[in-house]
Ligand binder design. Structure first.
Ligand code: PNS
Length: 173
């Protein structure tokens, strides 16, 4: 896993993502990772070249912290720039990501290989819960802001913040 070829006794995993917003699918993968690794850092990407986020970094950080408060070995941070550089800076052992379906695989494979060539750190994949295999942040946002019910798809604190945001959008119209 690591450049020195030695596996850590208590591996530190980085679980990166946009989390715009975090979904039950994300939380499921975070919980699974927390049972597999000694330490898990959920890392929110802050990249100007990515499409503008609907939720601010502060909102995403607050939502993730609240949703993972029951997991003592999980912390929430953010990073700018390359994931491979962040992983090296953090001296982490492994990158962890969720895989929902075969359609995720192609993109994830090239990303994992690029990250390994940049940082010599491997990416391990955890299969998402089948109940959430169709759930993504973008589909949740679209359905919610068009009036659909997403209560079963996002953690309660996330739904709360989404409802506040929707109410704010309606007020400003
Ligand atoms: O939740 P997402 O949007 O699918 O997560 C994508 C993420 C954050 C893992 C990916 O965009 C990323 O690693 N961004 C950091 C910039 C970077 O390293 N890009 C090169 C990837 S090979």
């Amino acid at each position: 896993m690591k450049a020195n070829g030695r596996a850590s006794v208590s591996p530190h995993a980085i679980l990166p993502g946009s989390f715009d917003p975090p979904t039950n699918g994300h939380l499921d993968v975070i919980e699974r990772a927390a049972t597999c690794f000694g330490r898990v850092t959920v890392a929110i990407v802050v990249n100007p070249q990515k499409q503008r986020s609907m939720f601010s970094l502060e909102e995403r950080e607050a939502m993730l912290k609240e949703c993972t408060a029951h997991l003592p070995n999980v912390s929430v941070e953010h990073f700018r720039g390359l994931l491979a550089d962040y992983v090296k800076r953090m001296q982490a052992d492994v990158i962890v990501k969720g895989l929902r379906a075969v359609s995720d695989f192609e993109n994830e494979m090239s990303t994992a290989l690029m990250n390994r060539s940049l940082s010599d750190v491997d990416t391990l994949f955890l299969m998402s819960d089948q109940n959430y295999s169709f759930v993504s942040s973008s589909i949740v946002k679209e359905v919610f802001f068009l009036g659909g019910d997403v209560a079963a798809l996002v953690p309660k604190p996330v739904l709360h913040i989404m409802e506040e945001k929707r109410a704010g959008l309606h007020r400003s119209k």
